[in-house]
Design a protein around this ligand. Sequence first.
Ligand code: GLN
Length: 305
Amino acid sequence: MENIHSVLENIYNKFTHFEDKGQQATYIPELANVNENLFGISLTTLNQEQVNLGDAQQKFSVQSISKVLLLIMAYNIEGEKIWKRVDVEPSGAAFNSMILLELEKGIPRNPFINAGAIVIADILLSHYKNPENEFISFVRRLTNDTSIDFDLKVYASEKSVGYRNYALINMMKSFGNITNLIDEVMDFYFKICSLSMSCAQLSKTFLFFANDGVDPFTNEVVLTPSRNRRINAIMLLCGFYDEAGEFAYRVGLPGKSGVGGGILAILPNKYAVVVFSPKLNEKGNSYRGMAFLECLTTELSDSVF
Ligand code: GLN
């Protein structure tokens, strides 16, 4: 731990002076109001030690990192049946791309692109009267923090300009892959994307992925070991959209990003790490976050390979 702590601190200091060539997401107007210089790191180890640096306690818009939690809920309800409606293949396209969706008859490539997460939201809506409440209760239980909430400003902001996501759901509805009302599914989808959490909360919450699906703090079985491995595999192959190859090559860990500037990564049997830095590269992933994680796993010789 001492070693990880000092390595993290050295890298963190180096990256505070980093020339960040990224651009903050502005297509969701509310995200443009976030201070683009924020920079936080949190790493939690399986023996329950946590290192927090910089803006690690600052809450930010989790965005697509939420899609992982959404998937867990649906997978635990329906099991393998969900893969009839969404695939587990890398898309090689942007998170909000339409291109493959028509060619592949409304079946999204994976649950981490927008179309895939929208199908997962539809599945949950078929099981719950109030899926938002179920989702937020699930997250609060995992984080052991009842103050966790959606950011309703971000939610309303994204909804007001969600044209592309509405296009995706309409395309899928035309192929019969959406069963509920479009507006209800989209409201739920935009809500889960607006989830607001800090690096420190996220690295603790997602630690079960490094522990065969068992929350080391509470011993709750969040996922069976087999399902845990499978979602780790999907994160590795699909967590960074058309940059998944680059992330596996440079960082070597399963993970998930969000356009709020957060990146989560897992080293099985060791730790969960979360970086937050709002400026993004062209693929929609945190520019400084990617570089930071590359440096971290290189210096520690950490990798799943
Ligand atoms: N809510 C965002 C969207 O639907 C999520 C995208 C992301 O984080 N990559 O566009």
